[in-house]
Design a protein around this ligand. Sequence first.
Ligand SMILES: [Zn+2]
Length: 448
Amino acid sequence: MSEPAATASPTTGATATSTPGVATATSTPGVATATSTPGVSATSTAATRVAPLERADAEFFAAARLRAARLQPYLATAVFALVPVASSGLGTFAVDRYWRVYVDVAVAREWGVEQSAAVLVHEAHHVLRQHHSRALACGVTVDTHDLWNLAADAAINDDLLDDRLPLPDGVLPRHLGLAPRGLEEEYYAELLDEASEHPHDTCGSGSGGAPADCEIVEEPEESGRDGLDDVDAEAVRRATAHDVTAAASRGECASPGLVLWARDLLHPQVPWRHLLRTALGRPVREVTGEAHADWTRPDRRADAREDFPRPGNRYHAPDIAVVIDTSASMDRPLLDAAVTEINGLLRRNGVRSLVVLTCDVESARPQRVRRLGDLVLRGGGGTDMRVGIAAAAACRPQPSVVVVLTDGETPWPSAAPARTSIVAVVIGPHAPLPEGPGFTSVRITGPT
Ligand SMILES: [Zn+2]
């Protein structure tokens, strides 16, 4: 956290420890690790002393942690994975990349359990979102990691505000002239361009910011008792992402930023245009672009070479069919995007006209068109793409490649027809991708 020390609430530890929930806190699993952080070395600076938490402080920390887990139950796994290190004199909380959270308990007692819980959630966000490695990927240096820390804090607090977490006054995007709902990387780039000064305390190396003076230098022991190694950290991230997704699907409060984070972690998005170009590119080039050896036509220069007969070259006429699912459930903007991409790719590869078949449950009408964009598609009812694929394979000349655009709610043939390969383009996030001999499948799920 950046600014809580300056805005410490008058709440005292005395009232905080009488908060409901504290009585059970001493029996939570988190307390056991809180009172004994083996491996915590007694490195210290003049201003800050690092040590395991004293018993009373551990109880306060346990209460704050339990409260944090109740504020955002889907973050409980992450919050309980944090390893507390007493850091008297730090003036705030900070976190390192090994999930060690440095706690100035005197300051935490001034905040009280509720606000300390919100700050713990904030620190958990830094390590969940991998701010340390993302800062490295952005080229953050010792000169700019304060700006990165600021960008990361603004992004986190923006999300926490959605869930009405009682943060002590933290920096928000609007305080920095930034739009809400932005990514850390975008905020960082804008702050770099702006090049103005924003005095800011560090949240520690786990935020991608400057390491706090009190940070333990050693990596966690293999036991993981004094911090999480990369493997454990990834396991906590994935478990948390599942919990966030489940909470969102139940309609429980989860900030949009956190839901997006979970989705990206569990289903990393590769841009579909790239996948589609890869899936289509090779079979299309094989058909249209490359000269094929043809022994039925002698090489016109063969006269100059008496020693060896040579084949001529023949450029195959393009023979590609596109089958388009016209069932009512198709996502039309995504279909348009896919058609535009395929059209561009075919034209770049010299395809001048195409056989297109629109297909619902029973009809598949071959049409020869010059541009996919010229088609008028009318929605039908159900879908059976086997009908369209069989009709495409029956066209003469038989197409070597059949591209199928569908929402995927269809039966598929168990294999591509003989002498034909199928590029199945499934539009939308849910239907399974078809598999089988002669199939290449790609999914399109978003605008990019
Ligand atoms: Zn922070």
